[in-house]
Design a protein around this ligand. Sequence first.
Ligand SMILES: *Cc1c(COP(=O)(O)O)cnc(C)c1O
Length: 355
Amino acid sequence: MATLTKNDIKVTRTKNSKLSSIDFNNLAFGQVFSDHMLVCDYKDGKWQIPEIIPYSPITLDPSAKIFHYGQSIFEGMKAYKDTKEDVFMFRPMENVKRLNVSAKRLAIPEVPEDYFFEGLKALLEVEKDWIPTNEGSSLYIRPFIFASGKGFHASPADEYKFIICTAPSGAYFSGKVKVLIEEQYSRSANGGVGFAKAGGNYAGQFYPTQLAKAKGYQQVIWTDDTTHEFIEEAGAMNVFIRINDTLLTSPVSDRILDGITRKSILQLAEAEGIKTDVRKVKVSELVEASRNGSLKEMFGAGTAAVISPISGFGFRGEDFDIPELENTFASQLKNRIINIQTNKTEDPFGWRVKL
Ligand SMILES: *Cc1c(COP(=O)(O)O)cnc(C)c1O
């Protein structure tokens, strides 16, 4: 099969652009959406040629399987514009590949890589003016697939929709977060779908996170579902722990999402001469390190915030504060990664992809 190119993608432009009504200096995260979206349907046993159409609501049959059996997966990525108005993506093929890893696990037909990548590039060409240039801002990109096929029979759907929407977003600053180490609820289990970016993984986290919020924490740190002894991840972010001068993070598994920010940080840290250790970390080790002063930093890593520093954690009714450091690995690595993403520095890793 010949590969799809940008020119194969039909573009229907909106007659009512919202662009002039957007205040690019006051952008929240993922609240306003650009004028167009890429839509690609799976029917008759194959993915149809994607199209770009005006951003609009979609109509679904009440029996569409997404509503009943939850076949839904997504990705999160960003596009950046430099001072010369050149547009860049960050390791986009990692997202293309991961979407299909998720698709396979949820019995969703895999999308041809060129449909995703050429479709994304065509969409970014159309939405170029929507990519913010203010410091720290970017165009957040949300590719997703869900079961649109009909029927109450509990089986994979015969029709799906793959859509890419974009949202201009300001610098994501949540402040430092206080986290609760969770021992009762689990986000994922061995053999489950924790490694997939499946919508249902989020639905299952909301209730325990609400309980943690009511106790004064902003996020939950999940532990392994069998023993609850080991630190896993933060639900939308992978977790890093600095003990003395070593940066630790859990290996990925069935239960932990293989974050692109996580693996970029590991590579960057090595290049910066920071010692890293990918191994399981016990909650008891974290508590001990906090008590003896060797716990220097903790942070979450994910596309939206890049790095979110953690100010402390709660465990079994006790709060452990992490003291403020002057020069943190978190800020050093965050700057390095953002400078690469926004074309402010060399990219020795070949991560940046120009549109
Ligand atoms: C998306 C996500 C992450 C972060 O992945 P990135 O590729 O770095 O954005 C981490 N954990 C979970 C559960 C996620 O869904």
